[in-house]
Ligand binder design. Sequence first.
Ligand code: SF4
Length: 288
Amino acid sequence: MAVGRGRGREAEAVVDAHQVAYLQALGVDVYVPRSAPALVVMEPAATAAAPQPVVVAAAHAPRPAATPARQPQPESQRPASPEPQLALPDIARDLDWEPLRAAVAACTRCELHGTRTQTVFGVGNQRARWMFIGEAPGADEDRQGEPFVGRAGQLLTSMIRALGLQREDVFIANVLKCRPPGNRDPRPAEAASCRTYLERQVALVNPTLVVAVGRIAAQNLLATETPIAKLRGKVHAFGARSWPLVITYHPAYLLRSPSEKRKAWHDLLHARQLFDRLQRESVAGGPA
Ligand code: SF4
């Protein structure tokens, strides 16, 4: 990726030094200005008409003292896709974390229970401000019981760190809690059966921002067949409380298609800017 100072038509992102390794893991080259304390990453003008400094700020955004009521989104943030209208079955609606985990572990709601080694519930900070949702467990995840392990998991961790976060700061889950045999795509009936658990997880975490990781996750969460290229760069909404949702590529896809890492970096910048704005609005009592 072309990186450097003095390109006025390009957007800038000022990042902390500790993030450089993770940006490089994403395929984003970083030049270090000798006189500046921060590092400057220049992004092409494809998504920015004018220079827009984007400060990738504190590693941990402040959490409001009390969880605020979710405010109506400004017009620019309104969902670009229809909200799926799936009822939340009683099975998980009122469960707290441990009963929910137990319900998932014992679940036989779809045929995937017959081929799983174990369920993959999700992992992370149960009060996280960021939530990442992927597609389904793969072979490594099925074996270890944790989402996003292996090479794809390492790249997701790098993406999270590029946001100024640690993996432990966020909550990570999948649309499906059981591995589809042969890593095939989830079937609609399976995703519908498992959605109750995911919706309950999101409700319990109550994140500021949800990031859907990959086409399958995005299309399932939004109940759409729109290509991921048309879903990226927008703010969608998910679930009963219309949690803001953005889309990026799955790290497994980025490993197969390294040239797309550049787009993933744009997605992360978009997510970070949106998150910071949502936090400011939350602290101020809602969007202006
Ligand atoms: S994928 Fe979800 S709905 Fe299907 S058996 Fe596993 S936990 Fe139950």
